[in-house]
Design a protein around this ligand. Structure first.
Ligand SMILES: [Zn+2]
Length: 358
């Protein structure tokens, strides 16, 4: 289902998104560009990784996770550097499609950045250092998610190796999420693609995706399916009102029950809403042993989960954008790479070999 992008997006009538938002404007951004014919819709650049002179070790997060996913895929000989698309950095003017100016302004306080990233010592660092070493990588990843929405619409699928900051909304960050890349990717896509009216978020990170939920609270074009551990952060009751299909699962749920619920509700949601684009937030913090997700899903279970989602979406010929989101153990990079490889081996996507067209 390839859609023709409107050439003159600036002049388009937009009634289907929240145009009353104070910072709303029509799409005019360098974040959207075309990929070359040899490139895959796999989005990454080295700047995604966070290097803060060792301070990042205070957080259980693997700050090289994104680069490590690419390294594993390269070792499997499924991608080369020249096949990957390097996104641009989301600038304030792009971010303000969703974010308020006061929120972006608040990121100029190191204390705020420390609170969002949950790295307490960061509060003591000069803000310019945090901007460069922490927020900039997030802005590149956000640029990647926004570009991913366009590439998914044009090429049927796209994978941003980063992004998935689902706790951040227009005016608040938290839980390691500084920019609302999911809301941004969807708003950009709704504005740019003339016929796009129905977008679904399938959020399978272990945590509730309260950021995009707050942003799309009364927006009927966006359907949210969220499967999460009921007993962990953020337990945001207001945001829950935006979820069309809420699947709260118990701590330490294992593969069989988890996959059964994912299959049932992904199928049900797709039948109910019939979206024209799916944004799949594929957090891997459901993995057994994850100190924050507190679920008991195996690596094999995660790979199967991704296969279920991709198969159901692609069987219906719906474009899909996958974001890697949370996943806090060092082994998760290899699991994500294995899962992407599995999609290739099952002929759901084509990695190497796409050189002659898809
Ligand atoms: Zn999470």
């Amino acid at each position: 289902m390839k859609r023709k992008a409107k050439d003159d997006a600036k002049n388009k009538e937009v009634q289907h998104i929240d145009a009353s938002h104070p910072s709303f404007r029509r799409i005019d951004t360098s974040l959207y560009f075309d990929k070359s014919h040899i490139q895959l819709p796999i989005i990454f650049r080295d700047e995604y990784n966070i290097k803060l002179g060792g301070l990042e070790k205070f957080h259980p997060f693997d700050s090289n996770k994104w680069g490590n996913i690419i390294e594993v895929l390269k070792k499997k000989e499924l991608i080369d550097s020249d096949l990957i698309i390097k996104p641009k950095e989301a600038k304030d003017e792009d971010l303000m499609i969703v974010h308020t100016k006061s929120y972006l302004q608040s990121l100029k306080w190191s204390m705020k950045v420390a609170q969002i990233t949950e790295v307490a010592p960061a509060a003591l660092l000069p803000n310019c250092l945090l901007q460069k070493k922490v927020l900039k990588p997030f802005r590149y990843q956000t640029g990647g998610s926004i570009l991913g929405g366009k590439l998914a619409m044009e090429h049927n699928w796209a994978i941003n190796i980063g992004g998935g900051f689902h706790h951040c909304s227009a005016n608040n960050g938290g839980g390691f999420c500084a920019y609302a890349d999911i809301s941004l990717a969807i708003r950009f896509a709704l504005d740019f693609f003339e016929n796009l009216r129905k977008v679904m978020i399938i959020d399978l990170d272990a945590h509730q995706g309260n950021g995009h939920e707050r942003d799309f609270m009364n927006i009927k074009n966006v359907y949210i399916l969220d499967v999460y551990n009921r007993n962990i952060y953020p337990m945001d009751n207001l945001a829950k009102k935006a979820i069309k299909r809420k699947v709260e699962i118990s701590p330490f749920t294992e593969d069989e029950e988890y996959l059964k619920k994912v299959e049932l509700h992904v199928e049900g949601a797709l039948n109910e809403f019939e979206p024209q684009l799916v944004v799949y937030n594929a957090g891997t913090d459901v993995l057994k042993g994850d100190p924050l997700g507190l679920l008991n899903v195996s690596a094999k279970g995660i790979i199967k989960r991704d296969e279920i989602v991709w198969t159901k979406v692609r069987d219906r010929n719906i474009p899909i954008l996958m974001l890697t989101s949370g996943g806090y153990l060092r082994c998760t990079a290899a699991i994500i790479a294995d899962s992407i490889a599995n999609l290739h081996y099952k002929n759901i996507i084509t990695l190497k070999g796409m050189r002659n067209g898809n």
